[in-house]
Design a binder for this molecule. Structure first.
Ligand code: PGA
Length: 250
């Protein structure tokens, strides 16, 4: 079954009020022809989600969070909940990006709680998984990814509200991309794992690739087997780059 592609921008710690022009520009650029083939998602910092959701509400452009709390409400200073994202009409939330795992010590148990909360609020979770360079050098890639999937997807996760992003840590922001045969091997493995977990229901889950995706390599990467989209950091920040990426799929 061929799946509709998902092209998602992860803005990380970038974006200010002036970047509302990015969304206005994207709104002018996107067309029915494009959104028939590609789902477009932008994940700005929390501070811009409300405005971006308002601007895109009558379009096919989706807005999402980059993270959220594992808690629903209460005394958790600085946190933002999935319920709050839903309140703003955000429809996706990234979970377990390697930068969260690394700088905020997020582990699979915590990510599992976050996913449950996200899905409870009818938001789609994009679970990020990925190996380090040393894992890859020691041929541990598939084992590491298998453990990340098993740990984060326990406790009745809903496959209808789930996407996976495979992001090798060593490829993020470095300009390095794995051999295409390695990307296919991993995506094939993830697809089989999801089938083990969810049977036929796994068919709807998209498996995105992330890590140094740009206008030059996006088409080749998204043509690989079992690659159903891309999670894009640096190249999603400028409207010019985003347009060059998206127009290849019209
Ligand atoms: P990059 O980031 O495209 O800048 O490598 C991807 C990501 O971290 O999601």
């Amino acid at each position: 079954m061929s799946k509709k592609l998902l092209i998602a921008g992860n803005w990380k710690l970038n974006g200010e009020k002036k970047d509302i022009s990015f969304i206005k520009n994207l709104l002018k650029f996107h067309s029915k022809k494009l959104t028939k083939k590609v789902d477009i998602l932008i994940c700005p910092p929390f501070t811009l989600i409300d405005k971006f959701c308002q601007l895109t509400q009558r379009s096919n452009i989706e807005i999402g969070g980059q993270d959220c709390s594992e808690n629903e409400t209460g005394a958790y200073t600085g946190e933002v909940s999935a319920n709050m994202l839903n309140d703003l009409n955000a429809t996706y939330c990234i979970v377990g990006h390697s930068e969260r795992r690394l700088y905020h010590n997020e582990n699979n148990n915590l990510l599992n709680k976050k996913i449950l909360n996200i899905q409870k609020n009818n938001i789609k979770a994009i679970l990020c998984i990925g190996e380090s360079l040393s894992d890859r050098k020691q041929s541990k890639t598939l084992r590491v990814l298998g453990n990340q999937l098993k740990g984060a997807l326990k406790n009745n996760i809903n496959p209808n509200l789930l996407e996976i992003a495979y992001e090798p840590i060593w490829a993020i922001g470095t300009g390095l991309v794995p051999e295409y045969s390695d990307i296919e091997e991993v995506h094939d493995y993830i697809s089989k794992k999801l089938e083990d977990f969810y049977g036929k229901r796994s068919k709807k889950i998209r498996i995105l690739y992330g890590g140094s995706v740009n206008a030059k390599n996006v088409f080749s990467i998204l043509s690989l087997n079992n690659v159903n989209g891309a999670l894009i950091g640096g190249a999603s920040l400028k409207i010019k780059d985003m347009k060059s990426i998206l127009k290849q799929f019209i």
